[in-house]
Design a protein around this ligand. Sequence first.
Ligand SMILES: [Fe+2]
Ligand SMILES: [Fe+2]
Length: 178
Amino acid sequence: LTRWGYRVRQFFTAVTGAVGVEEMAEARRVLGQGLYEVFAAMPRQYRRHALGVYGRVREAGCDDPVVWQAALLHDSGKYDVASGRYVTVLHRVAVVLLGAVPGGKRVLRAASRRADARGLSGLVWYPFYLSRHHARLGAAKAARLGAAAEVVRLIERHQEDAREDARLRVLQAADDRE
Ligand SMILES: [Fe+2]
Ligand SMILES: [Fe+2]
């Protein structure tokens, strides 16, 4: 229960945390104008999370702008610009809880199948789809806006086993700590 309490608190901190003008300016410097538009369009709690990951990557001594850009954009696939739908706090809580109970993973798979953003189904189910496929969706979005191939690759693989991949390990270590 301690772990769940921690996760729930972390969700709410993420939702209420502000994003400063200076931080946005730094994100713009790191990303360049094209990719910055992807970042700036994200809901505030996602920008807050991304800036946290970016900050930890920098703190870890990483001086690789490819990893910096991936840190800022890695979860951008959780937000769908066209429909305005995104993975809400409630959906994130549901994903964590279902991941922890017997049979929950199967329910989650079923819930993530509907790739339709419209109407009630879009409101209830589409965020589960976004959550499950956000790495691939975010990578495609970044590629469309001109991200370097290596940035796209890191975004696409950020939830996978990092193994010998040094860049991915740095990114994941910073992501896991939140
Ligand atoms: Fe992610
Ligand atoms: Fe993340």
